[in-house]
Design a protein around this ligand. Structure first.
Ligand SMILES: O=C(O)CCC(=O)C(=O)O
Length: 299
């Protein structure tokens, strides 16, 4: 009997690659992004840290700031909303080698919907630089999940000691679980699930330019950076442009949407709708625009 595929489209993957993603919910490509392109993104990150370039969201590690740290690269632990920046767009989000893999998973009409560069400075506080086990779908108010994929590319050597990523293979086949703030992690912006610590974690060892692609239901997280070096990764999530926004009311994502709207209101004094925020920060990458671009039919 012919095999049916649920999580990939019939495209350029080999049969082995396709079956691997279907069964495990992730796939790793060694040396996908050339080192020179990673170096350009690294320099751009330094320019953001030093105030030469602006991006919408810049987060700092408050535990390091409380210790008196003031140097940009040693303090900034995450920048987000990178798609409007032409350097991050050209050298990563729309990188032809990255986009080719994305199209093999979700098809030809691709919109980038979320983007970030995560930096773990040397000797980061254990609790603050741990990313608890979570599913990225918790943050995304659109569907279907099978038409969304994350990319996560190592900007330097990454392993369990310096805060590398781990995955729980096969968990993409499960539902989206409720998330909350975790006692393993003091970062209020990180949410995690409970009850999965007994499952085997696969800690990934990656070199600069190695790229992981993963389903948004895949349980994953990252260890603290215990090393004396930086740990940086760049990540963009992509959706089929025909994904549709959902009404988060009554779903496990409702709390996330409400927390976001409250935070923006407290911080900037503005009323922002979570869905419109995604519309505003998304950018078409390839193929035809779709429902995800539409400003007036969002639910
Ligand atoms: O880069 C990391 O440490 C973890 C990133 C991650 O899991 C996420 O942001 O969803």
């Amino acid at each position: 009997m012919a095999r049916t595929y649920k999580y990939t489209v019939d495209c350029g993957f080999t049969e082995t690659q396709r079956i691997f993603y279907e069964e495990n919910g992730y796939i790793l490509f060694k040396k996908l992004v050339p080192e020179g392109d990673i170096d350009i993104c690294h320099q751009r990150f330094l320019d953001v840290c030093n105030g030469k370039v602006k991006v919408f969201t810049v987060m700092r590690d408050k535990t390091l700031r409380d210790k008196g740290e003031t140097r940009g690269e040693y303090l900034v632990n995450k920048i987000q909303e990178l798609l409007e920046d032409d350097v991050f767009y050209d050298y990563y989000a729309a990188h032809p080698r990255v986009v080719e893999v994305i199209k093999n998973i979700i098809g030809p009409n691709v919109t980038a919907i979320h983007s970030m560069l995560i930096n773990k400075p040397p000797h980061s506080n254990t609790q603050h630089s741990t990313h608890p086990i979570h599913q990225d779908m918790f943050y995304f108010p659109f569907k279907p999940a099978d038409k969304i994929v994350g990319s996560w590319t190592a900007m330097e050597k990454i392993n369990v000691e310096n805060g590398g990523l781990y995955v729980l293979p096969g968990t993409h086949k499960g539902p989206l679980f409720p998330h909350g703030n975790s006692e393993d992690c003091s970062n209020e912006f990180y949410h995690g699930v409970r009850g999965f610590d007994h499952l085997p974690k696969l800690h990934l060892t990656m070199d600069k330019g190695d790229a992981l692609f993963f389903h948004p239901h895949l349980l994953h997280g990252s260890s603290p950076n215990m090393s004396k070096n930086f740990r940086k990764a760049i990540s963009v999530h992509y959706a089929d442009s025909n994904c549709t926004f959902i009404n988060t009311k009554g779903t496990v994502q409702e709390r996330m949407a409400m927390d976001f709207e409250k935070l923006v209101n407290e911080k900037f004094g503005v009323t922002w709708d979570y869905i419109n925020f995604f519309k505003m920060k998304s950018r078409l990458i390839s193929g035809k625009p779709g429902k995800i671009q539409s400003m007036d039919s969002h639910l």
